[in-house]
Design a binder for this molecule. Structure first.
Ligand code: NAP
Length: 303
């Protein structure tokens, strides 16, 4: 029987584990992929305070993991399949675990374009992770779809390898931070195809072209390229909680400012919950608050 099970080993989950470990809660972190979470899909992080030269995400998350393990917190590789919220039982691919409280820090997963060819060519030219796949596109032509911070950062990263990087965005303006947009404009390898969407990804064995629809004149054309990187946002990874908690219409968990969910003893933090800003810094803040609330909840049950 654990005091606390934390579902997810990204910045929110690891910070919750840090605070729980320091409160001497017998804590287990369950992570289905790599400890560190989705931020590992980016090479560096520039806006985490205290690192004026930026820091590699592998290094930052490695340090968080080390800090947590030093406190004796257990981290297991397992996917959570189901929760019994009443019994506080967590069913996973590695068996069942009992606990007194649960923190959900399951994060979010990359959204798909849902166009013909996307699934077929995933891993054969279609990618959701420039950090993982950019070296395969040395001196090649790639397109990057989206208009947020992720597109901007990953286009800049890709430009170190690719011959050209074309950003395809459905609006006339990007929503990425101004500082990133300035860098995009200054990069001679990066160009923009605006007010346009990708309607199909084509090829034989690998990606050879995308079909681009111009939303202003509604014409379509083939655009020759070797790679398609998709950064059109994220959906919360909360499918395993179906009908167990209250969610918003997009599937983000509803919490109060102390990270309480609608179910007693279950807390949520980080990118899986509804909030106004999705950054590593406030994922960590959420994690600290969730651990504090879980500690108080567990203590109140002992009285
Ligand atoms: P995002 O900010 O939600 O932007 C997604 C972009 O994809 C938007 O420009 C959106 O267009 C476009 N889009 C959505 N669905 C689409 C579709 N079906 N077809 C074509 N385009 C579509 O997502 P993100 O850039 O992946 O970032 C996710 C979160 O992580 C954000 O909160 C972001 O701030 C954060 N993040 C921060 C940093 C940083 O601070 N350094 C770096 C990376 C990510 P519209 O503009 O028309 O909606």
């Amino acid at each position: 029987m654990y005091d606390l099970i934390i579902i997810g080993g990204g910045p929110a989950g690891l910070t919750a584990a840090l605070y729980a470990g320091r409160s001497r809660l017998n804590t287990l972190v369950l992570e289905k992929m790599a400890v560190g979470g989705r931020i590992l899909m980016s090479e560096t992080i520039e806006n985490y305070p205290g690192f004026p030269q930026s820091i590699s995400t592998v290094e930052l998350m490695g340090r968080m993991e080390e800090q947590v393990r030093k406190l004796g917190v257990k981290i297991e590789s397992a996917e959570v399949l189901e929760l019994d919220c009443l019994k506080k039982e967590v069913k996973t691919t590695n068996g069942k675990f009992d606990t007194r409280a649960i923190i959900v820090a399951s994060g979010a997963r990359a959204r798909k374009l849902n166009v013909p060819g996307e699934e077929k060519f995933t891993g054969r030219g279609v990618s959701y992770c420039a950090t993982c796949d950019a070296p395969f596109f040395k001196d090649k032509k790639v397109v990057v779809v989206g208009g947020g911070n992720a597109v901007a950062e990953e286009a800049i990263y890709l430009s170190r390898f690719a011959q050209t990087v074309s950003i395809i965005h459905r609006r006339q303006d990007l929503r990425a931070d101004s500082i990133l947009q300035e860098r995009l404009l200054a990069n001679h390898k990066i160009n923009f195809i605006l007010s346009s969407v990708v309607t199909e990804i084509k090829g034989a064995q690998k990606v050879q072209a995308v079909v681009i629809k111009d939303l202003l004149n509604l014409t379509e054309r083939d655009f020759i390229c070797d790679g398609v990187f998709i950064y059109i946002g994220y959906d919360p990874d909360t499918g395993f909680l179906k009908n167990k908690l209250n969610f918003d219409e997009k599937g983000f968990i509803l919490t109060d400012d102390k990270m309480f969910t609608s179910t007693s003893g279950i807390f949520a933090c980080g990118d899986c919950r509804q909030k106004s800003l999705y950054q590593v810094i406030n994922a960590c803040g959420d994690g600290a608050v969730a651990a504090d609330s879980a500690y108080k909840f567990i203590s109140s049950q002992e009285r």
